[in-house]
Design a protein around this ligand. Structure first.
Ligand code: MTE
Ligand code: LUZ
Ligand code: MOS
Length: 748
């Protein structure tokens, strides 16, 4: 087991916020939220809430000393509602009590009278009503209008993709302490300590240097704690600042699902044109993004959807438009892939539809149109070190794609009640925050006098193994065993102005900063060693915890060298900073090079459908993924498998449902199905392509966190194949998730 976090998890030794010992004067925060998706608060009647034993204070927006505002990109969201609520689950009051039970009792006492306003849940309806966050954006490339007449076939259609609950194991959690009279320290389960610090500072009306945010680890984030850990941390901090007592807020699972945002549902239209050989000549798509009640990160997510509209294909004429629509659902937010999956689902659906109309396999069309070195994306970025075809070919070689399809055909000719199907899913995913500013990171490295090493960065550990990767980078750069390196909590007083750990770039950015800090230390230590051994600096070599004089082979231990450096009064602390070079984007032209590089890969997904019962399973999944030179193979394997399964869940069994008016129906694990151990394919093969070192990330590695999610889309396509094998004239919309229920209905 390589990810050292894992050992602690398995032993139950890892501490999450809910595990921490609490001070005697702790208060619990319970949040009263709106029951109604859209309305005006007419009256709040506290009843006897304040006389319940243990209830200390009830806070509303009037009690906020600073600005009642939590919107990160667009300032449209109040921490505690001032009168208009826009989704069921919107916070109105914060109850502080000495026990959780008394908080819950108080909740029952309070009556909030809200007069309803008509609610909208459909993004197209909201578009017609002009209820947009910002004007629509269009990426235009080539000459789409005149391209249609060159096409042999043109296919059009509509595609729906559903939302997705993050279902991180640890729900939103925060513990805030007052520090003397004027400051706070906040422990938060957040991917973005600086966002929490900034928002708390704004809510309390105090400068950022009076807010310390500390994060040890998260029990999963998946994007759900990039922006939406902030309000709960801000409420805990508000309570602590007002009462001068520590305040803990940990959401119950049902409150977490009800009150926080998820993956954005998209409703899209497409038009695709091919020549008779299967070459894609033109592609047009419009994405109606269901944003929910507040902007949150929606505009950034839409932007990434536009960047991934053509997935792994070169298309000479493209016009894609994205529209961010407000609705009265919880504010949808970041989720692994960040709009990429939604956009890729549309183009894969379009190819699937075109394949049927031109009577050619989708796989042929996919392969024929794969990006080649030097091809241009519709936003102007030229592909470089383009491995998509290499992964496609390797998949064919290692996992006999052609043969597999043949065998499936034979099987289906002989069997009626079980039908098999397969799909190939290529993925090309851009790495960097699309907001250029966020592509920066810092690291702080100490060597203590015993030679042990402490690393702090802006990266947050959320199960993805970034700490292990930072350890490996430091150990390799300092040439010491990884057991000598420890990664500290992520803390805003040690590394400031951090970007969220997101966009798959946590290890890339913070790894570069860590490496640079360690190189600074090695430089200093080299001089110390040269002086002490009486040789030239060039003759000093660091290896396996020792320092060699290459001239005569003599060596001293790392620890001894550190002792000498300390005695010589050489600083054993180094701080470094990294900013991704050469990225830019011009929004007025929608052209530029927004990504440092792309991650590529191809997956083969094989499914089987029980035609009588409508249930399916995945027999075999084979993935060829371009990892670059992996920073930690075990960790990357976990990311590839885990990401894929999460993507598979999104397109198959995870169905997020809301009532007509906007209240959530699937509010718990009894109504919302996530992939479980039985759902996992019988066989998962992962082939990491490591031979192509990536020059744009640390030590030749590549980001790995999000891209594998999108292989999951192949699961939808494979099950669809099964269904068509069972019933060739089946009427089936491009609509994910493709639940067993939908299959059964379509077979009737
Ligand atoms: N893996 C685990 N186990 N838990 C998580 O919360 N988040 C994913 C991915 N893998 C996540 C995960 C998401 S959405 C991102 S952006 C990346 O990890 C973030 O980490 P990285 O940038 O260090 O890869
Ligand atoms: N967050 C963000 C992200 O702010 N910008 C991005 O480009 C991004 N991409 C993926 C995931 N989170
Ligand atoms: Mo990941 S959606 O970038 O947190």
């Amino acid at each position: 087991m390589n990810n050292n976090e894992v050992i602690k998890h398995v032993r139950g030794e890892s501490q999450f916020i809910d595990d921490l010992k609490l001070p005697h004067d702790i208060l619990y925060g319970t949040v009263l939220t709106s029951e109604i998706p859209h309305g005006k608060i007419e009256k709040i009647d506290l009843g006897n809430a304040l006389s319940i034993k243990g209830v200390v204070q009830i806070i509303d927006h009037h009690d906020i000393p600073g600005e009642n505002q939590i919107g990160a990109i667009i300032r449209d969201e109040e921490l505690l509602s001032e009168g208009i609520v826009k989704f069921a689950g919107e916070p109105i009051l914060l109850i502080l009590s000495e026990s959780l039970d008394s908080g819950r009792e108080a909740l029952k006492e309070i009556k909030v009278d809200i007069s309803p306003i008509p609610a909208i849940t459909d993004p197209r309806e909201s578009f017609r009503a002009g209820n947009l966050i910002v004007p629509p954006r269009t990426f235009d490339y080539g000459d789409t209008d005149s391209a249609w007449e060159k096409c042999e076939i043109v296919a059009e259609g509509r595609v729906e993709s559903g939302g997705q609950e993050h279902f991180y194991m640890e729900t939103q959690a925060s513990l805030a302490y007052p520090v003397e009279k004027d400051s706070v320290k906040v422990l938060s389960s957040t991917q973005s300590p600086t966002a929490v610090q900034k928002t708390v500072s704004g809510i309390l009306g105090i400068p950022m240097n009076r807010v310390e945010v500390d994060v040890r680890r998260l029990g999963g984030g998946f994007g759900g704690k990039e922006d939406q850990a902030t309000p709960w941390a801000a409420m805990a901090a508000l309570g602590a600042y007002i009462t001068k007592r520590p305040v803990k807020i940990v959401l119950s699972r049902s409150d977490d699902i009800r009150n926080t945002g998820k993956r954005h549902p998209f409703s899209s239209d497409f038009k695709i044109g091919l020549d008779s050989s299967g070459k894609i000549i033109a592609y047009e798509a419009t994405f109606y993004q269901n944003c929910g009640a507040y902007a949150d990160l929606s505009t950034a997510i839409l932007e990434r959807a536009l960047f991934h509209a053509t997935n792994s294909y070169y298309i000479p004429n493209v016009r894609v438009t994205g529209i961010s629509c407000y609705t009265n659902l919880p504010p949808f937010t970041a989720f692994r892939g960040f709009g990429g999956p939604q956009a890729m689902f549309v183009i894969e659906s379009a190819i699937s539809k075109a394949a049927t109309e031109i009577n050619m396999s989708a796989r042929k069309i996919q392969e024929m149109n794969l990006l080649k070195e030097g091809d241009v994306f519709p936003y102007g970025m030229v592909t470089e070190n383009c491995n998509i075809s290499a992964t496609w070919k390797k998949l064919e070689e290692k996992f006999q794609v052609e043969e597999t399809y043949k065998k499936i055909g034979e099987f289906n000719r002989k069997n009626d009640h079980i039908k098999k199907g397969a799909a190939v899913m290529p993925v090309s995913f851009g790495i960097s925050f699309t907001n250029k500013m966020l592509n920066q990171a810092g690291a702080l490295v100490h060597i203590y006098t015993d030679g042990s090493v402490s690393v702090s960065t802006g990266a947050v550990e959320m199960g993805q193994g970034v700490n292990k990767k930072m350890i490996n980078v430091a150990a390799e750069t300092l040439s010491i065993p990884s057991s000598r390196v420890r990664v500290e909590t992520t803390n805003t007083t040690r590394v400031a102005n951090t970007s969220p750990t997101a966009a798959s770039s946590g290890a890339d950015l913070n790894g570069m900063a860590t490496r640079s800090a360690c190189i600074g230390l090695v430089k200093r230590l080299r001089s110390v060693a040269a002086k002490s051994m009486g040789v030239d600096i060039d003759q000093i070599k660091f290896e396996s915890g020792k320092v060699f004089n290459t001239g005569n082979g003599q060596s001293i231990m790392w620890e001894e060298l550190i002792g000498k450096a300390y005695a010589e009064r050489v600083s054993l602390t180094s701080q470094a900073y990294y900013a991704t070079p050469d990225i830019y984007f011009d929004k007025t032209k929608e052209r530029g090079k927004p990504f440092a590089y792309h991650v590529f890969g191809t997956a083969l997904i094989e499914a089987e459908l029980d035609v009588l019962r409508g249930v399916y399973k995945f027999n075999r999944v084979s993935i060829v993924h371009d990892t670059g030179k992996s920073l930690d193979q075990q960790t990357d394997l976990g990311q590839i498998e885990g990401g894929f399964i999460q993507g598979l869940g999104w397109v198959t069994v995870e169905e997020l449902l809301f009532e007509e008016g906007g209240k959530i129906i699937t509010g718990g694990s009894s109504t919302y199905k996530v992939p479980d151990i039985k759902f996992i394919p019988d066989e998962i093969n992962v082939e990491m392509m490591q031979d192509l070192k990536n020059p744009y990330a640390v030590l030749g590695s590549k980001a790995v966190g999000e891209p594998p999610f999108m292989y999951g889309i192949g699961g939808y396509l494979a099950v669809r194949e099964c269904l068509f094998a069972a019933k060739p004239d089946v009427q089936l919309k491009y609509d994910c998730p493709l639940t067993p229920e939908k299959i059964t209905i379509s077979l009737m």
